[in-house]
Design a protein. Structure first.
Length: 296
């Protein structure tokens, strides 16, 4: 049975942009799309009081409007929807567990917004066992592709490159597979980025040490990427090794990217909203969609 792409909705600009992106991703992957709206309320048989029907009514209206919008824009997508009477984070974590990936909307440069408060969004990302993609409110189909020769946005040009951050000391098969698959689905180039940190000093011996460390890091990254190049021979791969802060360098590397892929260490039983410093930083500052892939 195919896992669907799942998107959380509340009718906001953020969640509608996420739904559009999720529909395109479902088409690329040949998967169904499931729309989910979570709200806290009483179950259907709890009471006959009319005022208690309001949350259910608005949930249904949000889903119906989104279904109409997506059916018109993406008639090829196999759509379904569900109202879930649970707290948002709990509902999305459960729905995401059954998904190929979970897609959420977020506000650019100011934390999370839309159908979840910041703490709920972080809790969802931190506990979902499948990849999560965060999409900004201003994302449009043409933003996934390079401009036309005149510099104008276009939906006909090739896809922008996919960028993935890699820790060569603990490379993640899940992260690399998601990045290579995403690039292959888009027929897009892939930029594999590894960042190492060492003070750059002016003394010749230190410059030599930096050069040696850079060479070692490049060899390590090449060794990590080599088997994935062989598995995905049609993906054009570029490797970038830099001495710098991971979150800052990834931000620079994604200036013209269509998708950033980063990993999140899955920690069994961990409480709270821990996502890791790099994932946390890029979720708040990278403008393109960000895929956070949990790994062991």
């Amino acid at each position: 049975m195919l896992r669907p792409v799942v998107v959380g909705l509340d009718g906001s600009r953020e969640s509608l942009a996420a739904a559009d992106w999720a529909a395109r991703e479902a088409l690329r992957r040949g998967l169904p799309l499931r729309l989910v709206h979570a709200y806290e309320g009483l179950p259907p048989d709890a009471s006959d009081l009319p005022e208690l029907e309001a949350p259910r009514y608005w949930a249904g209206r949000i889903l119906r409007a989104a279904l109409d919008r997506l059916n018109e824009r993406y008639p090829q997508v196999d759509l379904s929807s569900e109202q879930i009477v649970r707290p948002a984070a709990e509902a999305l974590v459960r729905a995401g567990a059954q998904a190929e990936l979970l897609v959420l909307g977020s506000r650019a440069f100011s934390g999370f917004g839309g159908f979840m408060a910041g703490s709920v969004a972080l809790a969802t990302v931190a506990h979902v066992t499948r990849p999560v993609v965060l999409v900004r409110a201003d994302q449009a189909p043409e933003d996934e592709r390079i401009p036309d020769p005149a510099g104008r946005p276009s939906v006909r040009e090739p896809y922008r490159e996919v960028v993935v951050g890699v820790d060569t000391g603990h490379p993640s098969e899940e992260v690399l597979r998601f990045a290579f698959e995403s690039a292959a689905l888009r027929v897009a180039p892939l930029l594999v980025v590894h960042l190492w940190q060492q003070p750059r000093l002016s003394r010749p011996a230190d410059e030599e040490a930096n050069a040696a460390a850079q060479a070692v890091a490049e060899k390590e990254l090449a060794a990590v990427v080599r088997p994935w190049r062989e598995k995905f021979p049609t993906v054009g791969v570029r490797e970038l090794v830099e001495n710098g802060h991971p979150a800052q360098e990834l931000l620079h590397a994604t200036t013209d990217a269509g998708l950033l892929v980063v990993g999140r260490k899955a920690r069994a039983g961990r409480l709270g909203t821990h996502t890791g410093p790099v994932a946390h930083a890029v979720m708040h500052h990278v403008h393109c969609p960000v895929a956070i892939v949990p790994h062991t």
